[in-house]
Design a protein around this ligand. Structure first.
Ligand SMILES: Nc1nc2c(ncn2[C@@H]2O[C@H](COP(=O)(O)OP(=O)(O)OP(=O)(O)O)[C@@H](O)[C@H]2O)c(=O)[nH]1
Ligand SMILES: [Zn+2]
Length: 204
């Protein structure tokens, strides 16, 4: 199937804290891995402006259920508001568990409860530290006619991979730090293993 937009539908969004906005939810045909990735167009970018884009990897536990083991839910909430203000896209990427899947992520959580960090647990399960590939994200941007972006992320690999895939990343904006007692080891592991740009408070 050739690469293109499959559908666009307007969806009003309202979060638990009352914040509300409207997204145009866009689906695609022909993405490289055949998964159901989504783009949410938010805000009204000025003509000719560079859109703010967050490639957000799926995290069912954090995004849907409010798990405090990670920072995904608050990052998603923050991204929707910041992109609405600036104009751009949230790319919701079906890369649960950094690409290893939901069940394997939960297996990794069980190993973390025995003392491993998130990356050690991935390796103990026979996975790489991070199995995400951003080809579909680059394809979605291309179909949307976006060649230049400001990226909303603390993860340097997202910028590196997207640049390699031909996306002109003009600037990288960090997300806020959403640290808590429950997720601080997860955030520390991101800083030490994958050089995430997260300024962690000394104590949370
Ligand atoms: N394997 C594994 N995946 C996890 C764990 N905790 C969270 N994840 C996954 O990690 C991914 C986090 O994605 P993102 O929110 O894009 O975060 P990120 O790659 O750190 O980058 P930014 O948030 O953009 O800075 C999601 O797919 C989560 O499901 C874990 O302990 N093990
Ligand atoms: Zn998460």
């Amino acid at each position: 199937m050739s690469l293109g937009i499959r559908s666009r539908v307007t969806v009003p969004l309202k979060f638990a804290d009352g914040y509300a906005t409207t997204a145009e939810v866009i689906t695609f045909d022909g993405l490289a891995d055949g998964k159901e990735h989504l783009a949410l167009a938010l805000g009204s970018p000025a003509p000719g402006s560079v859109p703010l884009v967050r490639p957000h990897s799926e995290c069912m536990t954090g995004d849907v259920f409010g798990s405090e083991r990670c920072d995904c839910g608050p990052q998603l909430r923050e991204a929707v508001e910041r992109i609405t203000e600036t104009g751009g896209y949230l790319l919701y990427l079906r890369q649960e568990g950094r690409g290893i899947g939901l069940y394997a992520k939960l297996d990794a959580y069980a190993l973390q409860d025995l003392g491993m960090d998130t990356y050690e647990a991935n390796r103990a399960l026979g996975h790489a530290d991070d199995e995400r590939d951003y080809t579909a994200a680059a394809q979605m941007l291309s179909v949307l006619g976006v060649t230049e972006v400001d990226l909303l992320t603390n993860n340097p690999d997202k910028a590196t991979q997207l640049r390699t895939l031909g996306v002109d990343v003009r600037a990288v904006q960090p997300t806020g730090v959403h640290a808590s007692d429950a997720n601080v080891r997860y955030l520390q592991a991101k800083v030490s293993h994958t050089a995430h740009t997260i300024d962690l408070p000394l104590a949370v």
